[in-house]
Design a protein around this ligand. Structure first.
Ligand code: ZN
Length: 91
């Protein structure tokens, strides 16, 4: 059980929006470890590591890591089976 304090997944919105230019506040993800599917906003985000580490609220497995340097970013999504992002309807 992790005892360090964390923020909810909404803290990922700004850094990931910079990378993907989409609104991730309504995104859904599936944990590769336990299979839980739920809002990315419910992830437990730890910012004490280099970058951001987002853990599944059910099993605490790492679902996402994001590290930003001045000129690049590294995104590790191997802990998520998928991330579903709502998109505007194509006209
Ligand atoms: Zn999980």
């Amino acid at each position: 059980m992790t005892t360090m304090s964390y923020q909810d997944g909404n803290v990922l919105d700004g850094p990931l929006r910079e990378l993907f230019a989409v609104d991730l506040s309504g995104a859904t993800g599936r944990c590769a470890s336990c299979g839980r599917t739920g809002p990315m906003a419910e992830l437990h985000v730890f910012s004490h590591a280099p970058g951001l580490v987002a853990r599944c609220p059910a099993c605490e497995a790492v679902m996402l890591r994001l590290v930003r340097s001045p000129d690049r970013a590294w995104l590790d999504l191997r802990g998520a089976t998928f991330v579903e992002v709502p998109m505007p309807t194509e006209s």
